[in-house]
Design a protein around this ligand. Structure first.
Ligand SMILES: C[S@@+](CC[C@H](N)C(=O)[O-])C[C@H]1O[C@@H](n2cnc3c(N)ncnc32)[C@H](O)[C@@H]1O
Length: 468
C-alpha cells in the first residue's frame, strides 16, 4: 500500500467520485469512506484490505486523506479516546461506537492534520454525523466536543505518577505492549519504536529484476515524474520520495512492486544461486517468492507453498503481473506433510506467520488486537513449522527463518529451541556482505531490525545451514 499517510496537507476538498458523491458537501465523501472503513475495522476487518477496495474510486488527494484518516485514527486510538473522555460534558459518557468513531476522526484531524482549518474539521464532522440515521442524534454533541477540542488542549497523564500509563497514552500503544517493549529494550528505545509505529512508512519499492535493469526501471519511473532514490544494499531496493507510484504506468507494467525494505532483505539473505530450486514454505501473497524467482532467474524454480488458497491466488496474480513463469504454486499445510521427499531442496525459506509487531505502521489495528499470550502462541506455531520444513532441506542446504516481528520470543527464542532439537543445523555466517546484520544474544549473526522512522519495518531473519 502507498504509505503517504499522516501527511498534514490533506485538506480533502477535491471533488468526490461521481458514483459516490452526488451532491455531498465538498470533503465529505472521503470522510464517509474513512468512517465506514473504521467501523468495519472495529468489527475485526483489516484496514489495508478495505482501503484497497475503496480507494480506487477516489482521486489521489482524497485517497491520501482517506488513508491518513483510517491509519492515523486507528494508530492514535488510545490517545484520541483519552481526549474524548475528558472533553465530554459527562466524563466517560456512554458513546455508541459510530459516534465515538466520528469524534476520533475529528480529534485526529485537529491534532495531527494541522493544515486543515479547525472550522472545516468541525463542520465536516457534524455533516458526517448528520449523514447517518444512527449518528444524527449526536450531531450536537459532536459539534460541542470538537469545538471544545479546537480551543483546549488535554493534559497527558503525569509520567511521575505512572510512567507506563503516560507512555501508553502519549504513544497510543496498549499498556501491556509498552511494558513488554520496556522490558525488551529499555524506555528510550521503546519510545523510539513507538514513535516509529505512529510515523508514515516510507514508500519502499522493489524493482523487478526480471524486466530490465534496475537503472532502466528507475529511469522509466523518473520519466513519469516520480522522484525515486536507490536505497539499501542491493540494486532492486528503492524508495519513492515524491509522486503517485500506485497509478504509474511502470506499476501497471510490473516494473516494480511496493514492498518494505526489511522484507526485501529476506530473499537476499537466502541468496539462492541462479538456476537453483527454492522452496518458499509460507509464500502467500507472493512478495518474497517473486523476489526469489528473480534471483534464481528463468533457469531456476521457486515452489511457492501456502495453506491459504486465497493467498495463493494473490501470489499467482502478482507473479503474472511481474512476468514470472518460474514459480510453481502449491496449496499445503507444512505441519501436516508436503508431497516432497525429505532433504530435497538446497534452499528453503520459512517466512512464518507472526504477531506482526514489526509492521504496526501499515497495520495499526494489530496493536489493539494482540494479546500478551499471542507472542507465545505464535512462537509455538513458528517452532512447529520450522521443525517441519527443516526436514526438506538437503545436506549442505540453507534454510532461512524470518518473521516480521522483533519480539525476542518469536526470533531468538524460536531459533534457540530449533537448534537444541536439530543439532545437524547451525547458523550460517553470511558468506557475503551487504546486509545490515546484527549479533544475537546467543552470539550469531542475523537480521534483527527494529522499526525506524524513515527506515525499514521491524524484522528478524536468520540463515541456517544443514551439515553435509
Ligand atoms: C507472513 S505470511 C507470508 C508472507 C509471504 N512470504 C510474502 O512475502 O508475501 C505467512 C503465511 O504463512 C501461511 N501459513 C500459516 N500457517 C501455515 C502452514 N501451516 N502451512 C503453510 N502455510 C502457512 C499463511 O497463510 C500466510 O500466507
Amino acid at each position: 500500500m502507498n504509505s503517504d499517510v499522516f501527511t498534514p496537507e490533506l485538506a480533502g476538498n477535491s471533488p468526490s467520485p461521481k458514483a459516490a458523491c452526488g451532491s455531498l458537501t465538498p470533503g465529505l465523501a472521503p470522510r464517509l469512506a474513512a468512517f465506514e472503513i473504521l467501523l468495519r475495522v472495529e468489527q475485526g476487518a483489516f484496514a489495508d484490505a478495505l482501503l484497497g477496495h475503496r480507494l480506487p474510486a477516489f482521486g489521489l488527494r482524497d485517497r491520501r486523506l482517506i488513508t491518513s484518516l483510517v491509519l492515523g485514527t486507528t494508530a492514535w486510538r488510545a490517545r484520541l479516546d483519552y481526549e474524548i473522555d475528558r472533553l465530554l460534558a459527562v466524563p466517560g459518557g456512554n458513546l455508541t461506537m459510530p459516534v465515538r468513531v466520528v469524534l476520533r476522526m475529528g480529534i485526529y484531524q485537529l491534532r495531527f492534520l494541522t493544515r486543515i482549518a479547525h472550522y472545516a474539521v468541525v463542520n465536516s464532522s457534524v455533516a458526517l454525523a448528520k449523514h447517518y440515521p444512527h449518528t444524527r442524534p449526536a450531531a450536537g454533541l459532536v459539534n460541542a466536543v470538537l469545538r471544545r477540542a479546537s480551543r483546549e488542549t488535554v493534559a497527558l497523564p503525569d509520567p511521575k505518577e505512572d510512567e507506563v500509563g503516560y507512555l501508553s497514552i502519549a504513544y497510543s500503544h496498549p499498556r501491556w505492549l509498552v511494558e513488554r517493549l520496556i522490558e525488551w529494550f529499555g524506555i528510550a528505545k521503546a519510545s523510539e519504536i513507538m514513535a516509529a509505529d505512529n510515523a508514515p512508512a516510507p514508500n519502499f519499492i522493489r524493482l523487478n529484476l526480471a524486466k530490465g535493469t534496475p537503472g532502466e526501471n528507475l529511469a522509466k519511473l523518473e520519466s513519469e515524474g516520480l522522484v525515486v532514490d536507490s536505497c539499501g544494499p542491493f540494486p532492486e531496493m528503492a524508495v519513492v520520495r515524491r509522486g503517485n507510484s500506485i497509478d504509474s504506468r511502470a506499476h501497471a507494467e510490473g516494473l516494480f512492486i511496493h514492498q518494505n525494505l526489511a522484507s526485501q532483505m529476506v530473499a537476499r539473505l537466502l541468496a539462492p544461486a541462479p538456476g537453483a530450486i527454492v522452496l518458499d514454505c509460507a509464500a502467500a501473497p507472493g512478495g518474497k517468492a517473486t523476489h526469489l524467482a528473480e534471483l534464481v532467474g528463468p533457469s531456476g524454480r521457486v515452489v511457492a507453498l501456502d495453506k491459504s488458497a486465497s493467498g495463493l491466488r494473490k501470489a499467482r496474480q502478482l507473479a503474472l503481473k511481474l512476468g514470472h513463469r518460474n514459480i510453481l504454486f502449491l496449496q499445503a499445510d507444512v505441519t501436516r506433510g508436503v508431497p516432497f521427499a525429505p532433504r530435497s531442496f538446497p534452499f528453503v525459506l520459512l517466512d512464518a506467520p507472526c504477531t506482526g509487531l514489526g509492521t504496526l505502521r501499515s497495520h495499526p489495528e494489530i496493536r489493539w488486537r494482540l494479546r500478551p499470550q499471542d507472542i507465545t502462541r505464535m512462537a509455538e506455531l513458528q517452532t512447529a513449522m520450522l521443525l517441519a520444513v527443516s526436514e526438506l532441506v538437503a545436506p549442505g542446504g540453507i534454510l532461512v527463518y524470518a518473521v516480521c516481528s522483533f519480539a525476542p520470543e518469536e526470533g531468538f527464542g524460536v531459533v534457540r529451541r530449533f537448534l537444541s532439537c536439530k543439532p545437524e543445523f547451525s547458523v550460517d555466517p553470511m558468506p557475503f556482505g551487504g546486509l545490515p546484520l546484527a549479533t544475537s544474544p546467543d552470539g550469531y549473526l542475523c537480521l534483527s531490525l527494529l522499526p525506524a522512522a524513515e527506515g525499514a519495518d521491524g524484522f528478524f531473519a536468520v540463515r541456517l545451514k544443514r551439515s553435509r
